[in-house]
Write a protein of this length. Structure first.
Length: 364
């Protein structure tokens, strides 16, 4: 059965992709995470990782120094606003080692993550419904640290879009925002110079078949403070059936190229060197693309997950020449549904679930 599915993936990719000899990734470990039916967010940082659990968005620190045996080393921290899923982003710099966390119930939290065995809540700000999308930007011109958080109008809230905070003495201070009615904001990225925030969103309920890439102009990043954010451009992406966990973005090659997954809408490429221009790379009937990340810090290789015939797969794509013509590198079944995909220190980390069990996997 697995060989049949692998062949199906290869045959599908062969229609639009240069197919090379596929080499499977090796699964190093599979760990059941206690007290949850799903891992929603997994953020690896060197020998440590930070895990957000489904149900109350409990946040915990883990020791992954031995990738064959990840171990939870902190108590579960129940952050303000926690409700079902949680999303997290890590930052390390002279200001400190911070974990930013947001949950379905709202609230953006900043935690001291300098000691993974003892996460400490530093500050909380009230936000709207959140699914996915937290990103930091350290401004080299001003030395200021900013964090952008996605907002959604689901759950009866009036406005969605983005909020941009400055980290000041371990607190979160709102500096600018772009909010509008009906926006269901999801994953987002800063441009490398901090001028723009790119975001995937829909203009109605989650699951809507029509979605867009928005580019928000935050103004001149060399100024002492950001001016009011403005909407620079909107670019439609064709319809698809998807879930918010399917939406992911990764910026490559100096920041001018963004790869985007949107469920059965497939894998997309956005050139943002000028006005954003989107191109579908591929999509296949019955294949739902979920996550995407840079592989091993190689700027022209992507790793992602896809859901095929009830089974989740980890795959790799190379772009040795044109950013629109990938080479199929590998595909391996994971045996679990993947919500989170991260690569750090040469190890691929997956967070998700198998049946009613929250799971962490490590791959090499």
């Amino acid at each position: 059965m697995k060989q049949h599915i692998t062949n199906s993936i290869r045959l599908a990719l062969a229609a639009t992709v240069v197919v090379s000899a596929a080499s499977a990734q090796v699964k190093l470990s599979e760990t059941v995470v206690a007290d949850t039916s799903s891992v929603q967010s997994l953020v690896p940082v060197g020998d440590s990782a930070f895990v957000s659990k489904f149900a109350s968005a409990l946040q915990s620190g883990w020791d992954v120094s031995n990738p064959f045996l990840p171990v939870q080393v902190s108590a579960d921290l129940n952050p303000p606003g926690s409700d079902q899923w949680g999303d997290a982003h890590y930052y390390s710099g002279p200001e400190g080692k911070f974990l930013f966390n947001a949950c379905r119930g709202g609230d953006l939290n900043i935690m001291d993550a300098s000691d993974p065995t003892d996460l400490v809540l530093l500050d909380t700000v009230d936000t709207n419904y959140h699914w996915d999308g937290i990103e930091t930007f350290k401004n080299p011109a001003t030395g200021k640290l900013y964090v952008a958080c996605a907002e959604a109008t689901t759950g009866g809230f009036d406005f969605g879009g983005i909020l941009v905070y400055e980290v000041v003495a371990n607190t979160l201070v709102l500096r600018t925002s772009y909010l509008a009615t009906d926006i269901q904001g999801m994953d987002l990225k800063f441009s490398p110079d901090g001028r723009y925030v790119y975001q995937i969103l829909t203009l109605s309920n989650f699951g809507s078949p029509v979605h867009y890439l928005y580019a928000y102009d935050l103004g001149d990043p060399t100024l002492a403070a950001y001016p009011t954010a403005t909407l620079d451009s909107t670019t439609a992406i064709d319809s698809a059936t998807w879930h918010p966990s399917d939406v992911a973005m990764e910026i490559l090659r100096g920041g001018d190229e963004i790869y985007i997954t949107i469920g059965d809408g497939g894998l997309w490429f956005a050139d943002v060197s000028a006005a954003p221009a989107l191109t579908k790379i591929f999509s296949f009937a019955g294949v739902r693309f979920r996550n995407v990340a840079r592989y091993q810090n190689i700027d022209n290789v992507l790793i992602g997950t896809a859901f095929v015939s009830g089974e989740s797969w980890l795959y790799g794509l190379g772009f040795p020449g044109s950013p629109l013509i990938p080479t199929f590198v590998f595909a391996s079944p994971t045996g679990m549904v993947t919500n989170s995909l991260q690569v750090d220190n040469g190890i691929t980390y997956l967070g998700g679930y198998d049946g009613s069990l929250g799971m962490i996997q490590t791959w090499l």
